[in-house]
Design a protein around this ligand. Structure first.
Ligand code: LIP
Length: 270
């Protein structure tokens, strides 16, 4: 069943990805905003989510679907889909070729299939539960034995000024403790960068499940670990991804950075 769900997700990700590329730049003229004046959404986001939703229901009419652009369909099959039609919309609007379609399938509460597809680079990241993680069909794995002070760490920031102030204060305390920081602008591709060793670690606060569900499975099938705050599961409060020892060390450093920055830790409000 997991293979069938993955195959469906791959086909829809490729189709929706091609459509978002084709719709640019006309779609740019339809840009509006959501949670803040800097949180864009375009007609391409909405169109891609509709394509994916219709594609799933056309094959699996009893599944549930949660999408970033409003898809909220209850199901009775026990299978739920988490869809981010364009993760990295700001990059899409600016013509930066770093954005992805992210689709994950969850069965009885466990993510079992995940796809992250960058249509600009034609990079297809896939994973099915207990079957490994792949980039364009080639197995990928996280880096290991990397100490925090040698780690290249990805991150991202929220859209609201008050959240960004907290994010910046935490970064100020963390930056001297790591090799360096990268900010790609797509959580799904940040997680895939960890899965294939382009990043040693990644963290972000304020992500929604559609941002990280597929990337979470891809990281863990690539030998990594995804954590939330205080070692809990990832959530709006925190997503940390790395090889397990580094994920724990980064989590400890972030907790201290939040305390040192005298912030209670952003709980995520996007
Ligand atoms: C984006 C994330 C990114 C985060 C942005 C935004 P969107 O998702 O992928 O990591 O830093 O604030 O949430 O809104 O482009 O789907």
């Amino acid at each position: 069943m997991n293979d069938e769900l993955l195959e469906l997700a791959v086909g829809l990700a490729r189709t929706a990805g091609a459509a978002t590329v084709a719709m640019r730049p006309d779609a740019i003229g339809t840009t509006t905003t959501k949670s803040s004046d800097t949180d864009p959404v375009t007609e391409a986001d909405r169109h891609a989510e509709q394509m994916i939703t219709e594609g799933i229901l056309g094959v699996r009419p009893d599944d549930a679907i949660v999408g970033e652009e409003g898809a909220g369909i209850d199901g009775t099959s026990g299978v739920s889909w988490y869809v981010d039609p364009i993760d990295g919309t700001a990059n899409y609007v600016y013509g930066i070729p770093i954005y992805a379609v992210s689709i994950a399938a969850e069965v009885d509460g466990s993510i079992v299939a995940g796809v992250v597809y960058n249509p600009e680079s034609d990079e297809l990241f896939t994973a099915a539960k207990d079957q490994g993680a792949y980039r364009n069909g080639t197995a990928i794995s996280v880096t290991t034995d990397i100490a925090l002070n040698r780690a290249l760490v990805g991150t991202g920031f929220g859209y609201k000024p008050e959240d960004r102030a907290i994010d910046g204060a935490v970064i100020a305390h963390l930056l001297p403790q790591i090799r360096d920081l990268r900010r790609l602008g797509s959580a799904a591709l940040d997680l895939c960068a960890v899965a294939m060793g382009r990043f040693d670690a990644y963290f972000e606060t304020g992500l929604h499940v559609w941002d990280y569900a597929a990337g979470w499975l891809i990281v863990e099938e690539a030998g990594g670990r995804c954590l939330g705050r205080d070692g809990a599961e990832p959530s709006l409060q925190m997503m940390i991804a790395a090889h397990s020892p580094l994920a724990k060390d980064l989590g400890d450093a972030l907790k201290l950075a939040q305390e040192t920055a005298s912030v209670g830790g952003r709980v995520g409000t996007d």
